[in-house]
Write a protein that binds this ligand. Structure first.
Ligand SMILES: [Zn+2]
Length: 163
């Protein structure tokens, strides 16, 4: 297992279209375990492929001691939109109140290529939704007000200069 570098906004990889995963092979399993490890050491609860420079439809989540590996995920029902505070490993130190579904129906493959269909409620539904947004190039910054977006862009540009 190895820890991968997390891509931070405005890294263009975060906006790149992602490809479907077609091979459930050792390369995929290595990527999954690296992503889980990277998420752990970064204290995250979710991490999507583009965040480690991989433009593929893959994300990992760990919440309440439960691990989820999402491959080619698709949300086909969303309800119960609430305002919740979200953070993102690609926006270090930033937490924003955004609207997010607290009920979803989702379909995805796990790392062994098994098709899974689930109903998810509560904050975990927000986490799933956030990670699946990443696979469609949609980021936390797109979900705040235009004024707030300007502010966050400046803040992230400043952070990037500092590095
Ligand atoms: Zn994120």
């Amino acid at each position: 297992m190895s820890v991968r570098k997390i891509c931070v906004y405005p890294d263009p990889i975060l906006r790149e279209p992602t490809e479907e995963v077609t091979l459930f092979d050792e390369e995929l399993w290595i990527l999954v375990s690296d992503m889980l490890e990277t998420m752990h050491v970064s204290d995250g609860i979710g991490l999507a492929g583009p965040q480690v420079g991989i433009a593929k439809k893959i994300a990992v989540i760990e919440y309440n001691g439960e691990k989820y590996v999402l491959i080619n995920p698709e949300i086909f029902e969303k309800e119960d939109i609430k305002t919740v505070e979200e953070g993102c490993l690609s926006f270090p130190g930033i937490y924003e109140k955004v609207e997010s579904p607290e009920y979803i129906k989702v379909r995805y493959y796990n790392e062994n290529g098994e098709l899974i269909e689930k109903e998810i409620e509560g904050f975990l539904a927000c986490v799933f939704s956030h990670e699946i947004d990443h696979l469609n190039g949609k980021l936390l910054i797109d979900r705040v007000s235009p004024l707030k977006r300007q502010f966050l862009k400046k803040k992230m540009a400043k952070q990037a200069k500092g590095n």
